[in-house]
Design a protein. Structure first.
Length: 353
């Protein structure tokens, strides 16, 4: 039996938090596109969105922490199974959501119009499933990245290039800066896309998990992360007041503020939970819940869409300071319970959730 008192559960705990943060983003973002930015409700929802905006980068960093670790065996057959499962998951859930959305709009029936709608929606896929094809692409490059790491070459250089890329991408968000068109043209000529978003955070996760940061650097990072949350909320709120709608300014995965937030949360969990002793019982519970996170990510929008269509529960029903975390928690629990039931079916547990 594995001694859970010596096992590192920081990643499992972080995965649970990131899963919850994804739900917070989707719960808060829905009404930010429907409400007037001048209202206090909108600004509060925007603030929650800003707090949770680093969820996907954290997920990618978690994958990198383990998938790129040369001490963890990852043969071609094992990697192939991981990629195959993601492909199946993406196709199956794209079809599920295509039928779900179509039936909400046209009623539950099967005819030519329904099938055309399902095919179209399956091809476009549901908005939150974009993460899966990106992860598949990252996994395809994983053997090359592991070879680079085993050779001891370029990991810190890759992190530095990624950081520079994040800064440049953030600059491009501010179209009001002087000579924007010229600056944009020059930046786009640089060959930085190979380390953009997915692979960059993937490598960053491995680097932080393996090498970490000293206490002084961690404290500085926490301060930068706190400032980043405030800046994201304030600047996006200001731009929305000016333009009348949320443009997602600084909420993007490649913004400098999201970069600092993701790093700080990742480092915090690693630094504070890595060496903590956890009882066998608590460790088993954490691992059990962590194994539900993919399914929760996939399923939660079924519940959220149901709430929207039926108007049973909405973030504007009461103060969003409380409504967003409360509704997000409810979605998390409902989704977890459904996934627990689905995992009792072996084929679904192995390939679908």
């Amino acid at each position: 039996m594995i001694d859970n008192t010596k096992k590192d559960f920081s990643i499992e705990l972080l995965r649970l938090l990131a899963s919850f943060m994804v739900i917070v983003i989707h719960v808060s973002a829905y009404r930010t596109y429907a409400l007037d930015p001048q209202t206090a409700y909108w600004q509060i929802m925007n603030f929650w969105n800003s707090i949770a905006s680093s969820a996907v980068p954290i997920f990618i960093m978690i994958s990198g922490a383990f998938m790129l670790n040369p001490q963890i065996e990852l043969g071609g057959k094992k990697l192939y199974k991981k990629i195959l499962k993601l492909v199946i998951v993406y196709i199956v859930w794209s079809v599920i959501y295509a039928f779900y959305i179509t039936w909400w709009e046209y009623g539950i029936r099967i005819d030519t119009a329904i099938l055309k709608s399902v095919i179209k929606l399956t091809i476009y896929s549901r908005y939150h499933l974009w993460y899966l094809p990106m992860l598949i692409g990252i996994y395809i490059f994983t053997p090359l990245l592991r070879a680079m790491i085993r050779g001891g070459g370029g990991i810190q250089y890759a992190v530095l290039i990624f950081f520079i890329n994040v800064i440049l991408k953030t600059i491009l968000e501010f179209k009001i800066i002087p000579h924007f068109e010229l600056i944009n043209t020059l930046i786009e000529k640089l060959p930085l896309e190979i380390l953009s978003q997915g692979i960059g955070y993937y490598i960053l996760g491995y680097w932080l998990y393996t090498y970490g940061l000293d206490l002084q650097k961690r404290r500085l990072l926490y301060i930068l992360a706190g400032i980043s949350v405030l800046l994201t909320s304030i600047i996006s709120g200001y731009v929305a007041l000016k333009d009348g709608t949320l443009e997602g300014l600084l909420h993007q995965n490649m913004s400098l503020t999201t970069f600092f937030e993701a790093m700080a949360i990742f480092v915090f969990f690693k630094g504070h939970y890595l060496k903590k002793e956890i009882s066998l019982h608590a460790g088993m519970k954490i691992q059990f819940l962590s194994n539900l996170t993919l399914g929760i990510y996939l399923f939660h929008d079924v519940v959220l869409s149901f709430f929207r269509e039926t108007q049973i529960l909405d973030t504007t029903d009461f103060n969003p300071i409380l409504s967003i975390p409360c509704i997000s928690s409810l979605l998390f629990v409902i989704s977890a319970l459904v996934i627990i039931l689905l995992k009792r079916i072996p084929v679904i547990s192995k390939w679908i959730v």
